[in-house]
Design a protein around this ligand. Sequence first.
Ligand code: NAP
Length: 259
Amino acid sequence: MDLGIEGRRAIVCGAGKGLGKGCALALASEGVKVTLVARTAETLESARREIQSLSKAEVSIVVADVTSDSGRDAIMSACPQPDILVNNAGGPPPGDFRDWGQKEWFDAINSNMFSSIDMIRRTVDGMAERGFGRIVNITSTSVKMPMPGLGLSNGARAGLTGWVAGVAREFVRQNVTINNLLPGLFDTDRGSGYLAYMARCEGADVEQYIERYFAESPAGRFGTCEEFGAACAFLCGALSGYMSGQNILLDGGKFPGTF
Ligand code: NAP
């Protein structure tokens, strides 16, 4: 399927590996010029090489921390007029809420709420002036179904979700959409790390815990970064301009509700 976005420019944050890299590859496969962002130069360069080898699109990198003002300045200098923005940063550590004070909460809010809001602030008016924009925030299934041990994520991402719900409506008329993709469990370091953490909390063997977890889940497996990237690219497509302010679950059917 041709999504009609060949030649568009995208910033993909948190793209050295995992879900962000999956999004970058799917966009590059559609001919989008992608700027990959992460903090570790080696993994980022290796992601660039891999994506470049699988697509004909231009692929560039910015080694930057998206949770800092200076990092966001560097990203915007490298790609000042993006048509597509994928917001993503690492998830906060799991743990017990009794151990979290102001620093832990402010770090989580900075990483998983404010950074995305600030990247949208820096890009959305330009997109509206140019008459095309697609913004996708990688959040988590935890905003719909809080995950045990992930209180920092459950809370900070819910804040971003509430803000996006309001602002998304302001820009649809200019063909700029803002949507959230909510991953369930995906086959990434973060996804397997979470299951290992839950196994440790129960004193269980990690492999046995994972087997049991998936035996009880509808899909019976992790989601793949390729599946995640394809959903992201769809939201960024030329014909996705009538879909905004949505929270799209990608969880293999795990969320048990009707809606
Ligand atoms: P991952 O495999 O750990 O990859 C995260 C990527 O983001 C890495 O390339 C990392 O590179 C980069 N990154 C992290 N912090 C950054 C920062 N401050 N600035 C720039 N880049 C940064 O994680 P993932 O599984 O792809 O998850 C992506 C997001 O989805 C996370 O917020 C995660 O919590 C959330 N999520 C994931 C799952 C899942 O099952 N995988 C489920 C629910 C939610 P550097 O470390 O080099 O910067």
